[in-house]
Design a protein around this ligand. Structure first.
Ligand code: SAH
Length: 196
């Protein structure tokens, strides 16, 4: 029973994330004809693919094959259920960040036409709430899957993506918004409000 709940939550959340992303991807594709400033587009596209690939492969191996079943760590059922609210919360958060970023969102690092710096709502306390949503999603997976191979693969690629991307993203925003971004950086954290 617990396994069914965890697997179903994992996939419902997976589909919901895909759906949310696809809506904004459509809007982005429509307005992308306009000249905008992309930073390192090839590297960025590669990073997005890397994360997509690792999440896809680890999910397939975990849910549909016995190959990584050895990496299951037995934890109490009630603890595994913690994954349900955490994953649902991450989905709401992911949606809300997209909504608040609106037309300023892009899948790769880029300054959009008429780009506005968002500093309120979820952006009031952290500079990268979308990446926070991804980290919280991963945390939900810790409980839902309890599988260290899946978690290791996903953690590794998310970590690589953040380490490579975040400094360049902040540099790009700083170049575009100058003093405004500098002041914003001083009063916010990167991922976790008041902490980190
Ligand atoms: N790092 C942010 C946004 C991810 S989407 C987050 O985690 O929430 C990536 C694009 O968002 C970047 O190309 C950048 O142009 C844009 N962006 C990042 N922070 C922003 C902000 N505070 N206001 C407006 N656009 C922002």
């Amino acid at each position: 029973m617990i396994e069914i709940i965890c697997i179903s939550t994992y996939f419902v959340v997976f589909l919901a994330w895909g759906f949310i992303r696809s809506q904004y991807q459509k809007q982005y594709a429509l307005s992308h004809q306009t000249k905008s400033l992309e930073k390192q587009p090839k590297r960025e596209a590669l990073l997005v693919k890397l994360v997509g690939f690792s999440v896809g492969i680890s999910t397939l191996l975990w849910a549909f094959t016995p190959f990584i079943a050895f990496a299951y760590v037995a934890i109490p059922d009630l603890v595994r259920l913690l994954g349900v609210p955490i994953s649902i919360f991450s989905t709401w958060y992911f949606y809300e960040v997209h909504r608040q970023l609106g037309k300023n969102w892009s899948p790769v690092l880029e300054i959009r036409p008429q780009h506005e710096l968002v500093v309120s709502g979820l952006y009031k306390y952290v500079r990268h709430p979308m990446y926070t949503a991804i980290i919280v999603w991963w945390l939900g997976n810790v409980f839902l899957t309890a599988n260290y191979v899946l978690l290791g693969v996903q953690f590794f690629t998310i970590f690589i993506m953040l380490v490579i991307r975040v400094p360049d993203e902040e540099k790009m925003m700083q170049e575009q918004f100058g003093q405004q971004y500098l002041e914003y950086s001083h009063r916010t954290k990167r991922f976790i409000p008041f902490i980190f």
